[in-house]
Write a protein that binds this ligand. Structure first.
Ligand SMILES: CC(C)(COP(=O)(O)OP(=O)(O)OC[C@H]1O[C@@H](n2cnc3c(N)ncnc32)[C@H](O)[C@@H]1OP(=O)(O)O)[C@@H](O)C(=O)NCCC(=O)NCCS
Length: 140
């Protein structure tokens, strides 16, 4: 494996977590900074992926209410199971916390990524930050 996964607090990981999310959500996907920095990071548990060279290449977070979000992998590293490892790290945290289930607002294009884990979609497609989303949920 050419990368590692690290559980981090916002306090410890902020610059690297910000770098990934700025690259993927703000610059690549056009999410506004106001929507991206929603004030929920300090209370969230974060997972950070680092390449063996020490570069921040991916991230994700889970809120105290078991809502997962902000999963991102920088373009050069996609398709190499970094996203899978990040989501596994978040699900392991949720399991340790005893959460009965987790939910997520998934971008529709990424649905197959989440369905591989057993997430099930519910309801109608909705727009968030001008991107189509579906609510998905999984029992733990
Ligand atoms: C979605 C994302 C996090 C996936 O990360 P990744 O590291 O490329 O994913 P993995 O390599 O772990 O993929 C595992 C499986 O998920 C599926 N998958 C991954 N990305 C997918 C995509 N964009 N569309 C459809 N299926 C996808 C594939 O089946 C893949 O299996 P395979 O490698 O055997 O083909 C990444 O593409 C990304 O950051 N996209 C931009 C930001 C984004 O949309 N985040 C999701 C917010 S809800």
């Amino acid at each position: 494996m050419q990368f590692t996964i690290h559980p981090v607090t916002w306090h410890d990981g902020e610059p690297l977590l910000r770098a990934v999310r700025e690259a993927v959500f703000i610059r690549e996907q056009g999410v506004t900074p106001e929507l991206e920095w929603d004030g929920l990071d300090e209370s969230s548990h974060h997972v950070l992926a680092l390449s063996n060279a020490g570069q921040a290449i991916g991230c994700g977070r889970i809120l105290p209410n078991a809502h997962i979000g902000r999963i991102a992998v920088v373009p050069d590293w996609r398709g190499r199971k970094v996203g899978t490892a990040i989501l596994e790290g978040l699900l392991a945290y949720a399991g340790n916390k005893g959460f009965p289930e987790v939910d997520l607002d998934a971008q529709v294009h990424a649905l197959p990524f989440y369905q591989n884990f057993g997430f099930v979609a519910e309801g109608e497609v909705f727009m968030d930050a001008n991107i189509p989303h579906l609510k998905i949920r999984m029992k733990l």
